[in-house]
Design a protein around this ligand. Structure first.
Ligand code: M6R
Length: 553
């Protein structure tokens, strides 16, 4: 019941609103009102009875280009001019029309609005008064992560090392340890509260796996200029071009992304790259080249091990680029340049969409750097990434098959090995990490050719071997490695790519550009890990002993 209209434009709104209300009069006709706004302020006209009566009450000398209107069918409070909408807060700052019933209006009134003098008996006035109260109340919050307080604010001020903050209801004062006041403008957290909800998904991890096609499409958009060409900030390209060697530093999944990133940068942009585990680098710094550029990859941007390296190399005077999902994170702030992942908040401890986002951004960085260096690629990366996104969708839709693979190979096993060659080896490392961290199966990734140098001794009857075969130039070799383990009793699960498949393969990924195959090939591994953990009754989103953001050394 009740009807609502609104208008904003260049014409006078009164007549448009009144005509609209006439059309809605069938929804309620015990009273009606309009509120229009112009440079002088808000003008409210309301009347008991029909729209015709309201027309009489409207002051035609008021001209206003915006307004709202309401025709009422009484629920809370008798039909009267006072109870007609729009309702205004005491100061007149807020004006509201409303359809429906505020079921807890009495509780809200009792708990929060005892000092307010109400003009009507309606539930609606409670809301407009409450809005005024909250808006005027003044509050500040503190949080380790903006997402914790998104329900109350999107305005945040960062606190740096060696600073203290005094927080009161009225304000925030930041000081250095020497007592000097620091002026710092707040930033707007560009997070959508719905991004941090699970929605209808049983786990964040599954939701985040499913988000990957969208994330890749978003990244393509974010990194395109107005001519739809891939674009990276000129300063970053300058730094990439000047560098005689790139040092990628990261941990865990981000380290695995770095390994694939090395492949992109070396193959396309022809710049040598070393990839280092941050916790090793800081105590065992390799001999650096003359003009190094450091790339830190970190979903959270807060990982202590990576930050320790960043501090070290900054002291040495080197430049750093951080690739992160979190704008304003420590690594981003303290680096010279940042490339954002645009993946949306990743809540599950097991990283999924951040990994593929890291790969997508690294591929763009590599391709644009190649172009700056005068190297023409034989393919269109935007097109190839779009194919990847579509393929990801197909893979995400194949959950039943992934679950059956998990049940066939991983339901009861104590260990599992992932093998691959070239970039498949790197994807295997990531697959093994995913599986071990959430299902507690001892899973390890190996280069196919390394098995015979020791690891093959671990193969027993039925040991699951997940082998990736997406790379043409090593297809025969990896299949040879599979034969070697099968001869020793292993249970092989070969995941290949269309065009390279054989009858023995358990799953075939649709064809994507070979160098980009990690973006697609990782999805079956993520889903298989998810279902293995689920069937083993593990806490998928919060695996034991882990934390999402590792801020200690
Ligand atoms: O936030 P970061 O990317 O720096 O985190 C690095 C690792 O702690 C992280 O990738 C970890 O390995 C994940 N839990 C793996 O799923």
């Amino acid at each position: 019941m009740c009807g609502i209209v609104g208008y904003i434009g260049t014409e006078d709104s009164k007549e448009i609103l009144l005509r609209g209300l006439e059309k809605l009069e069938y929804r309620g006709y015990d009273s009606a009102g309009i509120a229009v706004v112009n440079n002088e302020g808000v003008h409210v006209f309301k009347e008991k009875g029909r729209i015709a009566e309201l027309r009489q009450a409207v002051d035609n000398s008021v001209v206003a280009p915006a307004g709202i209107g309401h025709t009422r069918w009484a629920t809370h409070g008798v039909p009267s001019q006072e109870n007609a909408h729009p309702h205004q807060s005491t100061s007149g700052r807020f004006t509201l029309v409303h359809n429906g019933v505020i079921e807890n209006y009495a509780i809200l009134k009792r708990e929060y609005l005892q000092d307010v003098t109400f003009k009507s008996e309606t539930d609606t006035e409670v809301i407009v008064q409450l809005i005024e109260k909250i808006a005027a109340e003044g509050f500040n919050v503190v949080a380790s992560d903006a997402m914790a307080m998104l329900q109350v604010t999107d305005q945040y001020v960062e606190l740096m090392d060696k600073e203290t903050v005094i927080v009161t209801k009225e304000g925030v004062t930041i000081k250095t340890l020497d007592g000097e006041v620091v002026e710092r403008a707040p930033y707007t957290a560009e997070l959508d509260a719905s991004d941090i909800e699970k929605g209808t998904y049983p786990h964040y991890m599954l939701k985040e796996i499913d988000e990957q096609p969208l994330v890749v499409r978003k990244i393509i958009q974010e990194y395109q200029n107005e001519n739809n060409e891939l674009h990276i900030d000129a300063d970053i390209l300058g730094a990439m071009d000047e560098a005689d060697r790139i040092y990628i530093v990261a941990c865990g999944t981000s380290y695995h992304a770095g390994l694939v990133g090395k492949q992109f940068i070396e193959t396309w942009a022809k710049v040598p790259v070393e990839v280092h585990v941050a916790s090793e680098f800081s105590y065992n710094m390799p001999l650096l080249s003359e003009k190094p550029l450091f790339i830190f990859i970190s979903q959270s941007g807060e990982t202590a091990d990576s930050r320790a390296v960043l501090v070290q190399i900054k002291e040495l005077g080197y430049k750093a680029l951080t690739i992160t999902n979190v704008p304003g994170s420590t690594l981003s702030r303290e680096s010279d340049y940042t490339l954002l992942l645009h993946a949306g908040p990743e809540i599950a401890v097991a990283s999924t969409k951040a990994y593929t986002a890291q790969l997508a951004v690294l591929s763009i960085l590599a391709a644009v750097t190649a172009k700056t260096r005068g190297i023409e690629l034989e393919f269109d990366l935007v097109q190839e990434l779009a194919i990847v996104a579509n393929t990801m969708e197909v893979l995400c839709d194949d959950k039943e098959e992934m679950e059956s693979i998990a049940l066939q190979f991983l339901a009861t096993t104590r260990n599992a090995f992932f093998i691959g060659r070239s970039v498949d080896y790197y994807v295997g490392l990531e697959g093994a990490l995913k599986l071990k961290e959430i299902s507690y199966i001892q899973a390890e990734g190996f280069a196919g050719g390394e098995l015979k140098h020791g690891t093959i001794a671990l193969i027993e009857n039925n040991t699951p071997i997940i082998a990736l075969a997406t790379q043409e130039h090593v297809n025969l070799s990896i299949r040879g490695n599979v034969k070697e383990v099968v001869a020793r009793g292993a249970n092989p699960c070969i995941i290949s790519m269309k065009g390279l498949e054989t009858e023995e393969d358990r799953y075939v990924i649709p064809k994507v550009h070979e160098t980009l195959s990690p973006l697609a090939a990782v999805i079956p591994l993520q889903l298989i890990s998810y279902y293995a953990a689920l069937h083993r009754d593990c806490d998928v989103d919060k695996p034991r002993n882990l934390a999402k953001s590792v801020t200690v050394e």
